[in-house]
Design a protein around this ligand. Structure first.
Ligand code: ASP
Ligand code: MG
Length: 405
């Protein structure tokens, strides 16, 4: 007998038929004698639909009212899932976030979990009931409903797994796990049996969204080992955990492509102390997250800065930079959106050399030009022309033989 936290995402509980299937899965695990806490998302599309309705009525809906509204998506699925379990003779009870004792700070629409009081839930588990908890929501000290940011049901599951000291945490979704690359782009991409938290986080920040990043950070912090797997079949998934020594034998674990970045070039600014500080302070104050940064060698006292920002933030970036240009001796801002960021990720890079050389050579052989480069301990990213992105992913995947175990 084990204590298991399972989380089912929006497509897994997308309609009545899917909820029935999920109930069968839960029943099978319950019949094996396991104690189960089940976290569910809203049905796929519901949260987006609710946001659209809010915006149709008010250009800038209040964050408190948004939370009141968005929480109903998950409240529907917890009750339906409990009913589906009753329908197949399994004792189950549904909990909202507040009823499950999930206390958060007061920041509506992106609240952080502060504490979880799992006592009521423990009582039901002891009584042999399956406990179904609404993902994505909590309650603040004033008794207000809060939500945890988009994709926040993952965080609910990971945090509950830590709080109830679960033996296992299973994140059910509509893909079989984490792949060496997007299988829609790279045909021979392979499902990974294991990946470290850091690799998973780097892949997520590089464009492969399997889970909410915050939930992976939380899992790393509290040492929650979890498995990402599909609710549409019985294939084993990908286990995500702290890196262990043998993981470093694999130099590159995966390849990701991000087409949602834009390249910003600030040219002809004064090459003197403080120029870069002013530019990036202005961006930081405007809450623009800057990723790759390159400064060329100054000539005749003039320098250029090139960096990437999320495409959704180019307007904000431009607006923030205009007043700064005067302070750095004039200059111009140019924005290129037709780019892609290609990243290769692997904890093995810490102890292996030559990864960058191999990647650059492979791109060179395919005649793909590299516009920007950045590296971290476990990642190398390059900016390339967006039209070559898929090809570059295939080239990099092949260069590191990622199709082979
Ligand atoms: N329903 C929420 C969303 O769509 C939370 C989740 O699905 O994890 O963002
Ligand atoms: Mg979701």
């Amino acid at each position: 007998m084990a204590r298991i936290v399972q989380k089912y995402g929006g497509t897994s509980v997308g309609d009545v038929e899917r909820i029935k299937k999920v109930a069968e899965r839960i029943k099978a695990s319950r019949d094996e004698g396991n104690e189960l806490v089940v976290v569910v998302s809203a049905r796929a599309g519901v949260t987006n639909e609710l946001i659209a309705r809010a915006k149709a009525l008010c250009a800038e809906p209040s964050d408190r009212e948004l939370d009141q509204l968005l929480a109903i998506g998950e409240q529907e699925t917890i009750a339906l899932t409990a009913m589906a379990l009753h329908g197949v003779g399994v004792d189950a009870v549904s909990y909202t976030g507040a009823q499950a004792g999930i206390f958060t700070d007061a920041v509506h629409t992106k609240a952080k979990i502060k504490t979880i009081n799992a006592q009521p839930l423990e009582k039901d588990l002891k009584a042999g009931r399956v406990v179904i908890v609404a993902g994505f929501q909590g309650i603040n000290d004033d008794g207000q409903i809060t939500t945890l940011g988009r994709g926040g049901s993952d965080l609910t599951a990971i945090a509950l797994a830590a709080a109830v000291k679960a033996d296992k945490c299973e994140i059910y979704t509509d893909v079989d796990g984490v792949y060496t690359a997007d299988p829609r782009v790279v045909k021979n991409a392979r499902k990974l049996n294991e990946i470290s938290y850091d690799e998973m986080l780097e892949l997520a920040s590089s464009g492969s969204k399997v889970m909410q990043s915050r939930s992976v950070e939380f899992a790393k912090k509290y040492g929650v080992v979890f498995e990402v797997r599909s609710s549409f079949n019985h294939n084993p998934g990908t286990t995500v955990k702290e890196e262990v020594e043998y993981m470093e034998k694999v130099v590159v674990r995966g390849v990701a492509v991000d087409k949602d970045q834009a390249k910003v070039i600030v040219s002809n600014i004064l090459d003197k102390p403080g120029s870069a500080a002013k530019v990036f302070r202005a961006l930081a104050d405007a809450n623009v997250v800057v990723d790759m940064i390159v400064q060329n060698v100054g000539r005749h006292g003039i320098a250029n800065l090139t960096f990437t920002v999320p495409q959704t933030d180019t307007g904000k970036a431009q607006k923030a930079l205009v007043p700064v240009l005067d302070e750095v001796g004039g200059g111009q801002v140019a924005i290129h959106e037709h780019i892609a960021k290609l990243s290769v990720v692997g904890v093995g890079m810490k102890t292996h050399s030559g990864v960058a050389a191999s990647l650059f050579q492979a791109l060179a052989n395919a005649n793909i030009n590299i516009e920007l480069i950045s590296t971290s301990e476990i990642k190398i990213s390059v900016v390339i022309d967006q039209d070559r992105a898929e090809e570059a992913a295939r080239v990099a995947h092949a260069a590191f033989s990622l199709d082979q175990a």
